[in-house]
Design a protein around this ligand. Structure first.
Ligand code: A3P
Length: 326
């Protein structure tokens, strides 16, 4: 199949929602009544325990009220900067391995966020009909915490894969990303970003609560939610490819395994491959926003040992009632 035949289209980065003016009176009144965090430009509000860019809240609420998954959808969820782009690429490639060959694959031209669009982005843009134009089976993405997902997602059979990452590396990745959007928001210093993270006052945060909701649900509904850790995926990508395939109900056949398809998919979606695909048309100059270093432990180059210990201590405290570790 040719790439051009795909109905997938380039989507703007999710962060553009920070720039959307809220005109709907219903949402405006609600947003104005919510606790506010002004240190995080262009302004966060706390809704039902989670901080969000205030201009993103209408999209999140509209998605909660309106979005109905198809029974064969797969949803990829994450806290921002936890490896979303990578997981989207892998899940899409695994799901559509019979449809697209590596030589004419949509990911050669399109960013993973185009192949796996964020549901809330399209609700924010009032363009949710676009999601309906995508052929089944769809892979869709979200940063929305579990408790704010629509009931129809929660009660449907569609599986959710949630990727998480050491908050120390998330902070570093987040800080680099936000600096790239100085046309949208005033850049924060690393120290300011760190402090806001420690307080949980970051978009879709606190990070611990975000992952814990998905983790807790995965314990009671292991067929509904799979938790994948960035560090584990980096250590053994082929194993993650198999886990994802089994979880979404399209396990690899013996012949596929013998042919090395698992390893080929892991390689096709590796950092260096994704970073070097010619996706200029869909990404513009945002490549470095999606792909930076792609390693574990880069926090050591940005945090003092005191900062790291302090954050580890907070993380431990926040997770203390659960068996979860990052
Ligand atoms: P760094 O900034 O630490 O390099 P998200 O997709 O959730 O925004 O996460 C972005 C992080 O995932 C970035 O981390 C990015 O480099 C990393 N990443 C993207 N694609 C990757 C891949 N194929 N393998 C490993 N890491 C990847």
């Amino acid at each position: 199949m040719e790439v051009q035949e795909s109905s997938l289209k380039p989507c703007p980065p999710l962060i553009v929602v920070t720039n959307i003016e809220v005109t709907d009176g219903k949402y405006k009144e609600l947003i104005d009544s919510l606790p506010k965090e002004e240190r995080f430009p262009p302004g966060l509000r706390k809704y039902k325990g989670f901080w969000q860019f205030q201009n993103a809240i209408p999209g999140v609420l509209a998605m909660k009220e309106d979005f109905k998954p198809r029974c064969d959808d797969v949803i990829v969820s994450s806290f921002p900067k936890s490896g979303t782009t990578w997981l989207k690429a892998l899940t899409f490639t695994i799901m559509h391995r019979d449809k697209y060959t590596f030589s004419s694959h949509p990911l050669l031209k399109l960013n993973p966020h185009d192949c796996v669009p964020f549901i809330e982005l399209h609700y924010s843009l009032k363009n949710e009909q676009y999601l309906e134009t995508l052929p089944s089976p769809r892979v869709l993405g979200t940063h929305v915490p579990y408790s704010l997902l629509s009931d129809s997602i929660k009660t449907s059979t569609c599986p959710i894969i949630h990727i998480c990452r050491d908050p120390k590396d998330v902070i570093v990745s987040f800080w680099h990303m936000s600096a790239k959007f100085d046309w949208l928001m005033e850049p924060l210093s690393f120290k300011q970003t760190y402090e806001l993270f420690c307080e949980g006052r970051v978009p879709t945060g606190p990070v611990w609560d975000n992952v814990l909701e998905y983790y807790t649900k995965s314990l009671s509904s292991p067929k509904k939610i799979l938790i994948i850790k960035y560090a584990e995926m980096l250590k053994d990508p082929a194993n993650s490819v198999m886990r994802i395939a089994n979880f979404i109900g399209c396990p690899f056949s013996k012949e596929e395994m013998k042919s090395g398809l698992v390893e080929k998919i892991a390689e096709f979606c590796s950092f260096n491959k994704l970073k070097n695909f010619d996706t200029k048309q869909s990404e513009g100059n945002l490549k470095s926003y999606y792909y930076r270093k792609g390693i574990v432990g880069d926090w050591q180059n940005y945090m003092t040992p005191e900062m790291a210990n302090n954050l580890d201590k907070i993380t431990k405290e926040k997770l203390c009632d659960s068996s979860f570790t990052f």
